[in-house]
Design a protein around this ligand. Structure first.
Ligand code: S3P
Length: 171
């Protein structure tokens, strides 16, 4: 099985869908943010505060190299900026979780842990800037995607099933 690489904007549901896939398929899952937090033994928010974004992006690059050479049969959930890695296509099939900006923010705000979810993402602190980031990234996400799954108003279970069905044609 080829790796599946989940890309998409912060809060779109990459983590929730990865958890569903872990339960309902043969894929193991890895999350690039979790890997970075383990490597650094501190939270992403703290890494941004202490070292700045550029340092975080270097860590993402190291993770991308490792994924390319060492990981197989895995669903890889990525941070919203990980798509910039130049070897992304070599890591696996790219699946974009697609949803409009307003729907993503609504989804986060309606979550029981909304405050925590917003706090842990430094790039969501300012929603006007976050929308600009979304608009800049969106065409790039589309260009990279082998498969697009529209996740708007879908629960993780439905989206995961749709994803696995679409991926079958590629593996
Ligand atoms: C980022 C997204 C975050 C995390 C970091 C930067 C981004 O991951 O990697 O805060 O640049 O979009 P999620 O997409 O899981 O929120």
């Amino acid at each position: 099985m080829k790796n599946i690489v989940l890309i998409g904007f912060m809060g779109v549901g990459k983590g929730s869908i990865a958890r569903e896939i872990l339960q309902h398929s043969k894929y193991m899952t890895i999350d690039t943010d979790d890997l970075i937090e383990s490597m650094e033994n501190r939270k992403i928010k703290i890494i941004f505060e202490d070292e700045g974004e550029a340092y975080f992006r270097k860590l993402e690059k190291n993770v991308a190299k490792w994924l390319e050479t060492s990981v197989k049969n895995t669903l890889i959930s990525t941070g919203g900026g990980f798509y910039k890695q130049t070897n992304l296509k070599k890591i696996g099939i790219i699946v974009l979780l697609d949803s409009p900006f307003d729907a993503i923010i609504k989804r986060i705000k309606e979550h029981p842990n909304a405050t925590k979810k917003l706090k842990k993402r430094p790039l969501l602190a300012n929603l006007k800037k976050a929308k600009e980031l979304y608009d800049a990234r969106y065409p790039e996400y589309l260009k990279l995607a082998d498969i697009i799954v529209d996740v708007t108003n879908k629960n993780a279970d439905t989206a995961a099933k749709e994803l696995l069905k679409k991926v079958k044609k590629y593996v």
